[in-house]
Design a protein around this ligand. Structure first.
Ligand code: FUC
Length: 863
């Protein structure tokens, strides 16, 4: 056993910096494609890096328009429900083959958008310098350093340096900034993006002296000395207060405070302040709303002025260096957990890296570095948009400059919110999933009980009882769980089971049995309760079916569409497995695999034929169970779903060798394209969810694997594939699960060639953050997999990355950290570290190795 990989890895640390030598354009396009994002989970900001006029647009994730249940006509989208009558009617029509009539009747299962609202822009900060002449500016650079989470702008004007830094601090809940120069004269304004807000000025009557110093590396020594002096500090606060329009009676209130602290002179102007003769201007921004996460009011008691002023005053009192230090400690602990090296770094601006990549079709010497940068950017964006006690990352993470953003910048549940969290656990950021767990409970499960009642007649609408819950495609922060206003995208009862996969994965990776017992399992059991009443037996299909089904945004209405069947199968499987964990029963994955017709021999895609037997039991794996409280499991329900799961049979191989998306598609002429509303290159690949993000062991069998490949190729390949940003990421991960490194890599390239903007944000188009998160998830799957019995190292390594590389700090299910180094496509060493004594199997270099791990002791193997 050796412990020397740390040294080797740190030798190869590279800069992880996005940078540009020009400011972002002052336009919507500049915001979307050029400005750099920072965030602390709740608050986000975009930094434009303007020379004479700096622009910082900012957000707070709970600033939504829309209303809560009971305000006006708001029923959380449930208004048109008829307690299951229409649903049953459509089920009957489908079971007797009257598809057209069923399709027409689907209108009865639509919801409404009353009170849905949209995520809002909070506002803008402008810092306009009166005497910077852009024509005299040299050495301009703006950057975003992923290793410290700080955006910087620097340039020289008439031989005078200007340096700016902006970051979002999670521990201090502020956006902190510092502007440095020689004689800074500027006007500072804060603008709300909402109507009807008021701006207050507050002179902070407290003059004092502080030592102002530059950080060493940033500025020539001569200038450093010049500014290392005691300075008289003046402070001022600008405060915004208001209510979001359209919430009459229960308006969502917001407040923001911007604290300015400088060694210059400050005077008030109508829209802000004027600062004169400063060498340093520090700014602390806080923004809040009185949103509370709890159903049904979603409000909390708050004096927002006091709160925001308190936060920024504390920040200013601590001082810039301390706030920054605390930010670094918090942020770097998270970001620094994973390193990845795929290629050599090239010191080109991000635009140039991307341009080179696109011109040379991913075959320039800097391609792997850009691929690596984009990977780490996904981790950065997740830390920035999803932190403890906040809301989860929405369609745009936390960044939004419009009051009418695309798709409301909401929580879409037919792939998007799920994808946001695909990279979290494997790339060692389990904390970022906590907001999602809270959201599912308070914004989906509890209000979703009414939706189950109104649209399926399940339960009685009493949201205090766990009678079963249902959510659909489109969700907001106020419990909107009803179907969408058009069934073609809006009907999606499988959405709830789909998002629960992310939650159960939290347990699989962390093995946090208390979280499973207290939070995750009860939600799963309740979803299973709903489905156990919703499924019906279909004579023709000879199986239990979900009905009516709509494979996300594609094809006709039918019963037993693979998407829903798989969602229910995975939910049942995970619920049964979770129950066994909670009972402390032993359980063999092999049992589940063989039930699905697979074999663990096939699981090790690169492994030699080797009979793998389950080594540990769940009892050994969950050591904290003994101390934990017990949970009363619904044994009757568990028995019922144990029977039902056998009758779901999600996957069928069709006439042309494909995995069918719809049960009846074999009857369709010409593969059904352009008839039955089926599109050959459709972006959703909903019938392969059991390959990724789910895990249905039937795909370990050669015949199912082959069929999955036919289905994937059918959806378009190479230049004929018009997949959107997130769709490329999904395909990347699916190909990786199939062990097809080259195919997966094709989507790495396609992503960077077609779906990435100069600030490395993903394009749907328009900007949608799921593509960034999905890309990181896809790369993870190419390097490490652990969904089955064994840990696979480099299961889908493409030729482009073969030469040499390493990753460090990725996580396998079972809470095992994995480091791996390779050369010429062969693993040369790997290290595993577990938080308890355990036994696992590792597949690498076409071998399978059984490894015994001792708690917290690194196992290192050099081949
Ligand atoms: C899903 C997708 C769309 C878009 C939307 C936000 O419904 O089908 O392409 O990404 O979410």
């Amino acid at each position: 056993m050796m412990d020397n990989d740390k040294r080797k890895i740190s030798k190869e640390q590279k800069a992880m910096i996005l940078w540009s030598n020009k400011p972002a354009k002052e336009s919507d396009e500049g915001w979307e494609s050029e400005a750099y994002p920072i965030g602390n989970g709740d608050c986000g900001a975009k930094i434009f890096g303007g020379i004479a006029k700096e622009h910082i647009q900012f957000n707070e994730k709970s600033l939504w328009s829309g209303t809560v249940l009971g305000v006006g006509e708001n029923t959380n989208g449930n208004g048109k429900g008829d307690y299951g009558a229409s649903l049953r009617k459509i089920q009957t029509l489908l079971s007797v083959g009257k598809e057209e009539a069923a399709q027409e009747a689907m209108e009865l299962l639509q919801g409404d958008e009353i009170g849905l609202g949209a995520y809002q822009n909070f506002g803008n900060l402008f810092i306009e310098f009166s005497d910077i002449h852009e024509s005299e500016v040299e050495q301009y650079k703006r950057s975003l350093d992923l290793k410290d989470g700080i955006a910087r702008v620097s340039f020289q004007e008439k031989n005078k340096w200007h340096n700016r830094e902006v970051f979002a601090s999670f521990p201090n809940q502020v956006i902190g900034m510092r502007f440095q120069g020689e004689e800074l004269n500027c006007e500072i304004e804060i603008h709300s993006a909402q109507d009807e807000s008021i701006l207050k000025h507050k002179n902070v009557d407290q003059e004092k002296y502080e030592i102002n110093s530059y950080e060493k590396e940033e500025i020539p020594e001569k200038i450093q000395k010049q500014y290392k002096k005691a300075m008289k500090v003046q402070q001022y606060q600008l405060i915004i207060l208001g209510k979001v329009n359209g919430n009459t009676g229960t308006e969502l209130k917001y407040g923001a405070a911007f604290h300015i602290k400088t060694d210059g002179e400050i005077e008030a102007t109508t829209k802000g302040v004027r600062v004169k003769g400063a060498s340093t201007i520090e700014g602390y921004l806080s923004c809040k709303t009185n949103y509370g996460r709890v159903y049904p009011e979603y409000r909390r008691e708050a004096n927002l002025e006091e709160e925001c002023v308190g936060i920024v005053s504390r920040g200013a009192e601590l001082g810039y260096e301390s706030v920054k230090e605390q930010h670094l400690k918090d942020y770097q602990e998270l970001f620094g957990r994973v390193s990845l090296s795929l290629g050599t770094m090239m010191n080109l601006s991000t635009e140039d890296l991307l341009g080179e990549y696109q011109r040379k079709n991913g075959e320039s010497p800097c391609s792997s570095y850009l691929e690596e940068l984009l990977y780490q950017y996904g981790r950065y964006l997740l830390i920035s948009a999803s932190r403890e006690n906040g809301l989860p990352a929405n369609l745009q993470g936390v960044w939004n400059a419009s009051n009418e953003p695309p798709w409301q910048s909401d929580y879409h549940l037919n792939i998007n919110l799920q994808m946001n969290y695909w990279p979290a656990l494997i790339s060692n950021l389990s904390e970022t999933v906590l907001p999602l767990i809270d959201f599912v409970k308070e914004s989906l499960v509890i209000p979703g009980r009414k939706t189950a009642y109104h649209y399926a007649g399940i339960g009685n609408g009493d949201t205090t009882q766990p009678t079963g819950w249902m959510a659909h495609t489109q969700n907001n922060i106020f419990g909107h769980t009803g179907p969408g206003s058009n069934w073609r995208w809006g009907w999606d009862p499988g959405a709830g089971a789909f998002i629960l996969q992310n939650l159960y994965e939290y347990f699989r990776f962390t093995r946090d049995i208390e979280m499973l017992r207290d939070e995750i399992y009860p939600m799963m059991e309740e979803a299973a309760r709903m489905w156990s009443q919703l499924l019906i037996w279909d004579e023709k299909q000879e199986r239990l079916v979900a009905s009516p089904c709509y494979s996300p945004e594609h094809g006709p209405v039918s019963s037993g569409a693979t998407f829903d069947q798989q969602m229910v199968w995975q939910l049942y499987h995970d619920t049964l497995e979770g129950a066994r964990y909670l009972r402390g029963e032993s359980y063999s994955k092999e049992e589940c695999v063989s039930k699905r017709g697979g074999s663990l021999k096939e699981e090790c895609i690169l492994g030699e034929k080797n009979s793998l037997k389950k080594e540990g039991t769940l009892e050994e794996e969950c050591s904290s169970r003994e101390e934990s409280k017990t949970i009363k499991l619904d044994e009757k329900l568990l028995l019922k779903i144990e029977k039902q799961i056998e009758q779901l049979k999600p996957y069928h191989i069709g006439k042309w060798g494909q995995i069918k998306e719809w049960f009846w598609e074999d009857d369709w002429e010409e593969r059904g394209y352009n008839t039955h509303e089926v599109v050959p290159d459709h972006r959703h690949i909903s019938h392969l969810m059991g390959l990724y993000p789910g895990f249905d062991p039937c795909f370990l069998r050669e015949d199912y694997k082959k069929a999955a490949i036919i289905s994937l190729l059918d959806r378009g390949e190479s230049e004929h594939d018009v997949a959107t940003g997130w769709s490329k990421a999904h395909k990347m991960a699916i190909w990786a699960r199939l062990g097809e490194g080259e195919k997966a890599y094709n989507y790495v390239k396609k992503t960077l060639k077609e779906s990435i903007m100069p600030n490395l944000w993903s394009l749907h188009p328009p900007f949608q953050i799921d593509g960034n998160y999905g890309y990181t998830a896809g790369v993870n799957e190419m390097l490490l997999q652990s969904q089955g019995e064994a840990i696979h190292l480099l299961p889908a390594l493409p030729k482009a990355w073969e030469k040499e590389g390493y990753f460090k700090g990725l996580v396998a299910r079972g809470n095992i950290q994995v480091n791996c180094r390779w050369k010429d496509g062969q693993v040369t060493e790997f290290a595993l570290i577990a938080n308890k004594d355990t036994v696992c199997k590792v597949c690498y270099n076409r071998k399978v190795k059984k490894v015994e791990l001792t708690k917290d002791i690194k196992f290192l193997l050099e081949d």
